[in-house]
Write a protein that binds this ligand. Structure first.
Ligand code: CU
Length: 294
């Protein structure tokens, strides 16, 4: 009996740092462990070295942005971040509005996309396994070069995973910053944040309140999802760039309208441990992305 109590006390103490770490992630922007990171923006840097452009098998987190060896053709995904149809400007002001009428602004936006597939009009596919980290504040992360080998032709669609699927969402997959700074607490299942979308909104008392839309897997549940974009009219050719737009206010609507007062308030400061919120965000994600005009 006494030893059981002792063990539970020990366990309580051993969890304390983890609890504090979670609090630091979800409750307080200033302690999120990312602000001091310089721009080592080579997100997809291949630590594997080889430039096999037939990348089809890496189950590791590092993406193979090899130079394609002898057939160095690449196309580029360029990520643009919009709110209310305008390119976002990071800051603590609250110039944007969501469907619920909350005024909000964006202070940080970083996320992973992974497992990109380009499907051509003839149904052939170019698969690019691995993950790419995007940080709005680091320009070089906003482009993702995809090796396409000798393939050319009309595109039908571009698909990718928003976040990290289970095979990629493994603790320790990313050993260096900035990707490593996306880590997700072990007590919540480990792995990495899919996204950190942070900012301020004007709450129901007309006061600015920090929000942290942090998404990730939770206790074994995967909330990453496939994004499927109609790419007819675009053509795969060396040097082509396709613009992928993330429309930020769409995270908060369609099908689920989020009043930010319900999710980010004094008693519910974050959503990382909230399975219903993670599922709701995943559903809302279906309308977040679109392809920019060629
Ligand atoms: Cu978090």
């Amino acid at each position: 009996m006494r030893s059981v109590q002792a063990i539970s006390i020990l366990m309580a103490f051993s969890f304390l740092p983890l609890l504090l770490a979670v609090g630091g992630c979800d409750d307080d922007t200033t302690t999120d462990a990312d602000t001091g990171v310089a721009d080592s923006g080579t997100a997809g840097d291949s630590s594997t070295g080889d430039d096999s452009s037939t990348a089809d098998d890496s189950s590791t987190g590092d993406s193979s942005t090899g130079d394609g060896g002898t057939t160095g053709a690449t196309v580029t995904l360029a990520f643009e971040h919009l709110a209310n149809d305008s390119a976002i400007v990071l800051g603590t002001e609250t110039p944007y509005a969501n469907a619920a009428g909350n005024q909000f602004g964006v202070t940080r936006l970083s996320y992973f996309v992974s497992d990109v597939t380009l499907t051509l009009a003839d149904d052939s596919e170019i698969n690019v396994p691995g993950a790419h980290y995007v940080d709005h504040d680091t320009a070089e992360t906003r482009t993702y070069d995809l090796p396409v080998g000798t393939t050319t032709g009309d595109l039908a669609k571009i698909t990718f995973t928003m976040g990290l699927g289970p095979a990629l969402n493994v603790s320790g997959a990313f050993l260096s910053a900035p990707e490593s700074l996306m880590e997700w607490p072990e007590m919540m299942g480990g792995g990495y944040h899919y996204m950190k979308f942070e900012g301020r909104y004007v709450d129901e008392t007309e006061s600015p309140f920090n929000f942290m839309t942090h998404s990730g897997g939770l206790a074994g549940m995967d909330y990453s999802f496939e994004v499927d974009l109609d790419a007819t009219g675009l053509t795969v050719a060396d040097g082509a760039t396709f613009t992928v737009e993330m429309n930020l206010e769409e995270w908060f609507t369609d099908p689920n309208t989020w009043d930010l007062n319900d999710y980010f308030n004094e008693t519910h400061r974050g959503i990382m441990g909230d399975a219903a919120a993670q599922a709701s965000l995943m559903a809302n994600g279906s309308t977040v992305f679109s392809l920019g005009a060629p």
